[in-house]
Design a binder for this molecule. Structure first.
Ligand SMILES: [Zn+2]
Length: 178
């Protein structure tokens, strides 16, 4: 896997986190954020799957992801001029928010469809965990939503072909459009 340029990270400002003790707020560049541990986040997702079943949970998490992807696209759209920028911006957004890296993005077209393939490392859903099925549903949705916003189409399919939770070296997510 060939890496996206690491220089992206060097050009970005360090995120400035501030605590507003009076209000009990955590601020990143004056936007309020909240934080919790990755293990807490995983427990929260596991609870959803235990309560709703893994299929419903996957659908709900994917839907949440598409909203994230759409919103990320809105604030990053000035930096996405072409398909080639999708992988770079995905990497930038993931890396600066603690979601891991997007190491590679490839695109192939044929038989009436276009498929974007993202190779990810260090996702929070696969962090120190083992699973019999892929776990990165929110990222699957985020990529489908983000790329979908860029191409102005709804993804026909979005599949996590390989997941680090299942012992793969990376998470590989394919988003297809007709
Ligand atoms: Zn994964």
């Amino acid at each position: 896997v060939s890496r996206q340029s690491t220089s992206i990270l060097e050009t970005l400002p360090e995120p400035r986190l501030k605590v507003d003790k009076e209000r009990g707020w955590l601020l990143e560049s004056d936007s309020r954020i909240i934080s919790f541990r990755v293990k807490t986040f995983q427990a929260f997702i596991d609870r959803l799957a235990a309560m709703a079943g893994s299929q419903v949970a996957a659908t709900v998490l994917y839907g949440m992801g598409t909203e994230i992807g759409h919103n990320v696209f809105l604030y990053a759209k000035d930096r996405i001029k072409s398909d080639d920028d999708l992988g770079r911006v995905a990497d930038e957004v993931m890396a600066t928010n603690g979601w891991g890296r997007c190491l590679q993005m490839t695109k192939r077209s044929g038989e009436g469809k276009t498929v974007y393939t993202f190779t990810l490392s260090g996702t929070p859903f696969s962090h120190e965990r083992e699973s019999g099925e892929p776990t990165c549903h929110i990222l699957r949705g985020a990529l489908a939503g983000g790329v979908g916003s860029f191409v102005d189409k709804k993804a026909k399919a979005c599949v996590e072909k390989e997941c680090a939770s299942m012992g793969a070296s990376h998470c590989v997510i394919e988003v297809a459009f007709e």
